[in-house]
Structures are given as C-alpha cells and as structure tokens.
Design a binder for this molecule. Sequence first.
Ligand SMILES: Nc1nc2c(ncn2[C@@H]2O[C@H](COP(=O)(O)OP(=O)(O)OP(=O)(O)O)[C@@H](O)[C@H]2O)c(=O)[nH]1
Ligand SMILES: [Mg+2]
Length: 286
Amino acid sequence: MGLPNAGKSTLLNALCGTRLSIVSPKPQTTRNNVIGILNEQDCQAVFMDTPGFLKPRNLFEKSMAGSIRKAALEDSDLAVLIIEPNLPPPDKLPFFDQLKNLRVPLYLVINKIDLYPGPAPAAATGDFFRKLLQVTEVFTVSALNLTGIKTLRKAITSALPESPPYYPTDQLSDRLERFFAAEIIRENIFKLYQDEIPYACAVEIEFFRETPGLPDHIYAIVHAERASQKPILIGQGGRSIRRLREDSQKAIEKFLGRPARLELIIKVTRDWQNSVNFLKKTGFYE
Ligand SMILES: Nc1nc2c(ncn2[C@@H]2O[C@H](COP(=O)(O)OP(=O)(O)OP(=O)(O)O)[C@@H](O)[C@H]2O)c(=O)[nH]1
Ligand SMILES: [Mg+2]
C-alpha cells in the first residue's frame, strides 16, 4: 500500500520477477487489487498490489478505496507500506490512519533510493513513520534498479506463516488473461494521452476468443466518460487510436507469448464512474 505513484506496482513486479501490474509516471494508475504469485522452492508468497490512497469522489473511486482497506485489514499476513524517501505532505497524513491498528506486522519500504543520494532522506523518512505507525522493520530499495529487492523478498517470505500453497505452484496470478489484456490497453492509454484522458477511460473486453491455429481474437471497448473525449482518443485521421491499437496488440502478444489480433472501439458511456451497472460489469462493484 501507499500514496499514488510511490512505486507499488513496480515493486510487485520486482518481487515476483514478472511484469504483471501496469506502471506509469502518472498517479492513480492501478485501479484494483492485482495479485502476483511468487513460487519458490520452499515457499509461495502472494503479493497484492493496491490502488494509491485516495479520497473517493465517485462510486468508482469508492470501490478503489474499498479494495485498499480490504487488502490491509482482511486479506494479509503482512502489510507493506511503500513510500518515497521524503516526508508526506500534511494533507496526506490521514490516509495512514487506516494502518494504525493493523493485526499484522507492518514493513516500511522506502523506495526510489536511486533518486535520493545519501542515507539522510531515507533515515528521516524512516524516523517519521516509526513515530507515526507501529513499524516492524524498515527496508530501503529501488524497485526500478532492483536494489535491495532480494533482501526484502527474503524478509517477507521468512515472515509468512506455515501453510499449504493457496494457488497451484505454476500459477502467476489469480486473474484471467482478459484482465491483463484490458490492463495493457489501459497502460498504453496512460502512455499516449495526457491530462484527464487516462482517468476518463475504462477498458472492457467484449470477447477474447482462442481458436486453434489462429491468433487470439480480442475485441475491446474503450469507454470514455464524455462525447468530447472521443475525438481526442481517435486523433487526427485516426492516428492516435491506430497507435493505441498497434502498441497494445504488440504488448498483449508479448504478455501472452503468442499472436493476437486486437480490435478496438471507442464508446461514450456517460459518467461511467457512477454507473452501478457499468461498474458491476467491469468488476469494480459487487
Ligand atoms: N527512479 C525510480 N523510479 C521508480 C522506482 N519505482 C517506481 N518508479 C517509477 O515511479 C512511477 C510510478 O510507479 P508505479 O509502480 O506505477 O507506482 P504506483 O505506486 O503503483 O502508482 P499508482 O498505481 O498510480 O498508485 C513510474 O514512472 C515508475 O517507473 C524506483 O525505484 N526508482
Ligand atoms: Mg500502481
């Protein structure tokens, strides 16, 4: 868990050694709890990525905030708080309250140390959080360069309780390929479009068809919240949507390890962030 952009998804990928959770330089990229499963010879660790802490403004964001609480308070054997090596702005402090009475140990991971020279910033951050929360251990890492990741992984796996594996030991995630296809398209939307556009879009996989001897056929709908966003998504002469389709298809093929054919359409679904039906259909609302 942590503030938006702290590097939670990058860290999950680093700990699992695979690229499962999407990453972008823009905050609030992750929208739901994404599970990555690490299978080692003598243990299995299940890591859960969460959205960055946020104050919900609509039904959709309520569901995001709910999934953070669920991960922190219900599902885990160990909580990991990921922060950058500086002090959080005062208006963000209330977010950390939900970590005050955890029933599990709390590891503090100070990430992005490659950006902050010298030990002082990390030490000050560690002291600050030790005073604020009941921190069990502090680690300093760079999830991007993999500095300190081995030590952290070892500490986490050693702290886990004895248990039979929760998942088959060849499994990497609990999500289906169609979820990752939608996330990869979203990651490319974050890369290609600016301002409010990535936040205004939701991706729905209408179908994901596997036929022996043929590329997988994936039909995806990009939902925009307002009609004015559609021409921006399409771009001049369809240039932007073409690029989105091509880049996403390539990335999906790489993820699947087999050929795929992606079809993309854009649809305006007004105010989808407040539509119970839409959020149910796309898995954000139970
Ligand atoms: N320099 C540096 N950049 C990092 C490191 N870890 C993550 N980043 C970058 O920080 C940005 C945010 O990373 P994410 O992993 O998407 O962050 P997140 O916490 O999952 O963000 P949300 O899902 O939006 O809450 C990306 O541009 C990453 O490449 C690190 O150790 N060093
Ligand atoms: Mg993330």
